[in-house]
Design a protein around this ligand. Structure first.
Ligand SMILES: NC(=O)c1ccc[n+]([C@@H]2O[C@H](COP(=O)([O-])OP(=O)(O)OC[C@H]3O[C@@H](n4cnc5c(N)ncnc54)[C@H](O)[C@@H]3O)[C@@H](O)[C@H]2O)c1
Length: 357
């Protein structure tokens, strides 16, 4: 099978590509614009594999995208390209509207025209898998209740509203045109190659440098954490075995308050990387809460467990330890993100600015 994967140079997309190249015989075409979040250094281990190809382009660029479909003739599409950072969406929503909504629309139209031109056997086997977030469901009031595939959409941030919009477009293309599309909505991911503006890598790297560990509000927001490689395995299961027209929630059964995640990271760093800055929890600094911050997300992932026989391999305890160990062993990857060299060498000029408020 040949998979066309958009956003493959990002955090989750690169995990999917490493999984497909290392653990299957399938081929991958990675379509990525390489925004600040795209990092080809996350794909170094597979870049020379003859089953891997890279195309740098914007998913909003309809003619370029159509040309990639024509040249590569994919059997399925996994759509991960997106603007993904909530804080950035609050300060500058335009890019989120453009990539997440217009980009998904453009991909749907290109994929539909391509799919309609396939022979009947390939047409029946074709899949468009749209990767989305549990944030489309809004938040849960108290400690009870879980998001199911039937939970009504109630997004809170420009990011989640743009993802909700793209989910609706995908379902409309499935229902109206019969495009064999599948949507997955997943909880917070963590693990290797996570861009250091997100909570877990930010805390690890700030702690090692003796910098404050910023925690929004009182840190009482609850997120359901999933190890990124478990997500990658779930996505591959869905694109190969999921039913067209269906939605699957994906989650890790790991509900944690942000403050508890930060304390866990500090304890692991005290054990694995003691320094003049430890105990690291002394660096925790409470900062004003994010506007509109959702309190609790929690996923009911029983449908994908039941219908596609997927369960996460990692517990939070095993996954978070692996993650801290990975960062400690890959400080060079982090340094090149933090000082912008991963982009500077690619672009020849400028540098990437980390967006940490
Ligand atoms: N990170 C999470 O916890 C999480 C959880 C659930 C769902 N998701 C969803 O999974 C997907 C991937 O998330 P991620 O964390 O890997 O994101 P990311 O920000 O790390 O990566 C996004 C990738 O998309 C590329 N991209 C951005 N705009 C593009 C465009 N216009 N054309 C082509 N490529 C473009 C970037 O260069 C980057 O490589 C997103 O759709 C996100 O909504 C993420």
């Amino acid at each position: 099978m040949k998979l066309l994967i958009t956003g493959g140079a990002g955090f989750i997309g690169s995990a999917v590509i490493r999984h497909v190249i290392n653990d299957t015989d399938d081929q991958v075409v990675n379509v990525d614009k390489l925004t600040y979040a795209g990092n080809l250094e996350s794909l170094q281990s597979v870049a020379d594999n003859p089953r891997y190809a890279f195309e740098q382009l914007d998913v909003c660029d309809q003619p370029a995208l159509a040309d990639v479909f024509k040249r590569h003739q994919p059997d399925a599409v996994m759509h991960l390209a997106a603007e993904s950072h909530v804080d950035r969406s609050i300060d500058g929503p335009a890019a989120f509207i453009e990539t997440n909504i217009v980009g998904t629309y453009t991909l749907l139209e290109v994929a539909r025209q391509y799919w309609q031109g396939l022979n009947s056997v390939r047409q029946a086997a074709f899949r468009l898998h749209h990767i989305s977030t549990d944030e489309v469901y809004g938040d849960l009031d108290g400690p009870e209740g879980l998001f199911t595939e039937q939970t009504p959409y109630a997004p809170s941030s420009p990011y989640s509203a743009s993802k909700a919009s793209s989910d609706h477009l995908v379902r409309a293309w499935s229902r109206t045109y019969g495009l064999p599309a599948i949507v997955t909505n997943c909880s917070n991911n963590y693990g290797p190659y996570h861009f250091p503006e997100k909570l877990i890598p930010l805390v690890i790297l700030n702690a090692l440098e003796g910098k404050p560990l910023p925690v929004y509000g009182k840190g009482e927001q609850i997120r359901d954490w999933l190890y990124v490689e478990d997500h990658a395995r779930a996505l591959y299961r869905v694109v190969t075995q999921g039913a067209p027209g269906e939605t699957y929630n994906i989650g890790g059964h790991n509900e944690k308050r942000n403050i508890d995640v930060v304390h866990t990271l500090c304890a692991l760093l005290d054990e694995l990387a003691p320094s003049a800055h430890s105990p690291y929890h002394s660096l925790i600094t409470y900062v004003p809460d994010r506007p509109g911050h959702d309190l609790r997300y929690a996923i009911d992932a029983s449908k994908i467990e039941r219908e596609l026989d997927w369960t996460p391999a990692e517990t939070f305890e095993s996954g978070i330890r692996k993650t801290v160990e990975w960062y400690l062993q890959n400080l060079e990857w982090c340094r090149r993100v933090q000082d912008g060299s991963y982009q500077r060498e690619r672009l020849g000029v400028g540098s990437a600015e980390l967006y940490v408020k």
